[in-house]
Each structure stands twice: as structure tokens, then as C-alpha cells.
Design a protein around this ligand. Sequence first.
Ligand code: SF4
Length: 368
Amino acid sequence: MKSAGDRELEGAAPGRYWQRLADGRVQCDLCPRHCRLREGQRALCFVRACRDGRIVLTTYGRSSGFCVDPIEKKPLSHFLPGTPVLSFGTAGCNLACKFCQNWDMSKSREMDRLMDAAAPEELAAAAVRLGCRSVAFTYNDPVIFFEYAVDTALACRERGVKTVAVTAGYMTADPRREFFRVIDAANIDLKAFTDDFYRRLTGARLGPVLDTLLYVRHETATWLEITNLVIPGANDGDAEIDAMTRWVVDELGPDVPMHFSAFHPDYKMTETPPTPAATLLRARDIAIANGVRYAYVGNVHDEAADSTYCHGCGARVIGRDWYELTHWGLDAEGACQACGTRCAGVFDGPPGRWGRRRQPVRLGRGRP
Ligand code: SF4
């Protein structure tokens, strides 16, 4: 009798960005890990594997569930505010963060969790039917389900639906180019500003993440926001936050919003305490002092620090209470109603009215 793993490999889709090595193994070149696999072996991200001498993706068309979320939850504060986004993820991850806040999905080895199935065209059609302005690849990193994400983004474009990527940005140059060509907005994690942190606590490297941030900001039309998960004792020092936010302003410019988000004890870092709200406010203050125009706190309740202020006159232009809009002071083009200064972002007429609701949806098919 065939194992579940064998069945997974049989139903897998062809992967891209790989090469055959002289010793018979195949090498995946999608992310800087460059996993080298023998026949039947799974990669570090678990969802890519070697079958019949090729790299395959075992999660194409399969999801751990679909949900309509507020766009503010991604978090994206300057991209079609107030609108609903059809969100989904698969399983696995190409980083190995000891502090993972989503480990039941990202570290999942139980592919049977992927009960919902939807082809790219079905997802795009569902977004239209549900009134969603965008589809988000989130819950786990879309880099590892690259082929499914790109095909879904193309299907969404055909129907006028935008796409959002929530990602650690850990990928190589060629797939990066192809991926962001079809992505309308991204929230990229900048988990820390030292290579030592990345190596010790994520198993990855800082350099490729910075390369992705620079590429997205300067070479694409993708709207970019950054999330920094602030972890007590690990990346919360003033000097590191100062260096990070200076780099963001110098290299990416003042208009890239930064979200300083609270850690909660999880996965392999259950001994580390949760981030105090005061730490997030300190990080936000440092960012603003260094010239970041839009700095927010996340995972804590603070309406003042989660609202948007005009960088021209200081007026509050978007009020937020958790994921709900409480105030709107922009015109249809995103300019401040008080002074006319344009707020950076993607705005399209009046804000959406989705509110803070989170609505799980089934897209009709069980597991293929
Ligand atoms: S995407 Fe997965 S298989 Fe490919 S190099 Fe990265 S971790 Fe390895």
C-alpha cells in the first residue's frame, strides 16, 4: 500500500528554477538555500521534493483554508484601506524561525491539513464573488509555493483582482523578478538587522532579504510595507532599531510604512516574554525620528500609534482601531483633506467598509 508521502509526490506539480547536478541530485534554486535532493527526498521547506529526477511542488492547488480578512490584518495600511482580502496559505516554510508565530501551518508535516482545494481560476472567481479587491498569499511563505502563487496572480489579473504577498523575502534573483512582476502589494518581514540574528534564529541570511527589499522598492510597481517582529532580548535594542530604520530611509525612502509588531511566546521560544507595548512605541519613535513617515505598532491595541498622520501638516488622515477604520481624512486620490499633501500608498476613492471581520470560507472542493 502506498504511503501518504508517495501519494503526495504522485499528485505533485512540476517545479521551476532547479538544475540537475553531476552527482545525480537536483538542486532547487528558488531560494538561497539551494536544497540538493536525491530521488524521493523532500526539501527543507517540505513541500518541494525530487520525483523522477525533477523538482516538484506537492501543494499546488491545495490550501490550509480560505478566509476573508481586512487588508489591515496582513498588515497593509496604505493599500486599498478598509477592503476585504481573500487570504490563504498552504504548508511549510523555507525559514526555520525559532520564534515562529504561525508554526502549526508553516512547520506542518501533515499535508492532510490541506483540505481545501482551488485552482488559480477558481480562486480568482471566488474573490470576485466574495467582493474582495485582492487575494493574499499569507499564513505561510508564498516563495515555497511559487508556481501556485504566480498562476493565481495571473488569473486574478485577468479578472481585475489585485494580489498581495506576505513574505520573508528570502528568494533568489530570477524567481524574485518573475514573482513581483505579478504582485501588487507586499508586506515583507525584516526580522532583524543583523546577520547573526538571521543565522541563529531563522537559519537564513540577512543579505538576500535586503536585496529583495531594494528590488521591490526600486525595480517594481509593487506597493511595499515592512513588518519587524520585535522580540525582547533578541532584536529590541535601540542601536539595532536605529540602524534598521536609518537603512530603510536611506535605501528605500521615507514612504515605506513600517509595522513594529509584538511577539508572543511560541514554538521554540516559549521562555521569552511577550513584547511590552512600551518597546513597540520606542521602536516607532526611533523610526519616526530617523525619518520614517508612517510607523505603526502591531498586535497591541493602540489607536493613536496605529493611525496614519499626514507628513505635511500632521493631521490624522486614517484612524484605525485594531483592523477597523475609525477616521478618514483623504480625498479620492489619497491627498490630505487639510493641506493637500499626498499620502503614499494605493488609494482608490472612498475607503472600504469591511471592518475587522474575519470570515472563513469554503471554496467548494475538498482535497483533490
Ligand atoms: S524553496 Fe524549498 S526546496 Fe527550494 S531551495 Fe528553498 S527551501 Fe530548498
